[in-house]
Design a protein around this ligand. Structure first.
Ligand SMILES: [Zn+2]
Length: 252
């Protein structure tokens, strides 16, 4: 194993026609993948993909917009807790949801997921689109442990403080190559809390093209260059960070 794509969505329809090749291309580069289902309808498919591939691990979560599924999601996560490496993604989405009452319902579901993460001793992958500060507050209030903020779009200062003082991890997506905000994020996050992700099929280095886990080294090279570090040294640091958080990787 040389890399871990800590967050993507292999179960999605975009990979229906060539999923096997996509996973093989990642395996050829010794990339381990964490694939995250965000709707209960996709839980079984996501678990099956992980079962069938040695380099793929599954996470089960809940898109904040699907908060009405929270009981079903909690049940599914409980039922499959021994087969998953994380809970998520889940969290808050203030970009797609403007209504205050609905946002509160997202928060209630999020709190339930944080509770599950603590109960089961699994890391939580957090979605916080246009809700970075709010999501960090909910996590802190609920004493969340093993926190992985994915594609964080909040203020760099918040990432700096929560990575340094609370030990939260932040994954840098492949879109860092075209995002000034993500470049700032790279510089802000404590070095021992940096992770990498592709968020495939989205957040591609090239906006026009579907993303896939084999693009992960593009993010690594970019992060190394932003921090002025050697690529191989950076790879080792990030892999060590990843295995510290995702202790289930490598276990059989
Ligand atoms: Zn995602």
């Amino acid at each position: 194993m040389r890399f871990v794509d800590t967050h993507c969505h292999l179960e999605q329809a975009e990979f229906e026609s060539d999923r096997e090749e996509v996973i093989r291309r990642a395996a050829e580069q010794e990339i381990v993948i964490i694939t995250s289902a965000i709707s209960t309808e996709n839980y079984e498919r996501n678990l099956l993909i992980a079962q069938n591939h040695e380099n793929v691990y599954a996470s089960l979560g809940l898109d904040p917009m699907f908060h009405t599924q929270v009981e079903k999601a909690a049940q599914g996560i409980h039922d499959h807790s021994s087969e998953i490496i994380a809970i998520g993604e889940t969290g808050l989405d203030h970009y797609r949801e403007r209504d205050h009452a609905e946002r509160l319902k997202q928060e209630t579901a999020f709190v339930k997921m944080i509770g599950l993460s603590k109960e089961l001793g699994l890391p939580i992958q957090v979605h916080s689109r246009s809700a970075g500060a709010a999501a960090l507050l909910v996590l802190q209030k609920n004493d969340a442990q093993s926190v992985h903020m994915h594609a964080f779009d909040g203020k760099a200062g918040l990432a700096r403080n929560s990575s340094k003082n609370l030990g939260y991890y932040f994954s840098i997506p492949t879109s860092v190559v075209r995002s000034p905000q993500k470049r700032k994020l790279v510089k802000a996050v404590a070095l021992d809390r940096l992770l990498l992700e592709t968020d495939s099929p989205v957040l591609s280095p090239n906006r026009e093209v579907r993303n896939e886990p084999s693009n992960l080294p593009i993010a690594l090279r970019n992060v190394a260059s932003i921090l002025g570090r050697d690529v191989e040294e950076m790879r080792e640091i990030i892999l060590e960070n990843t295995l510290r958080l995702y202790t289930g990787i490598g276990e059989t």
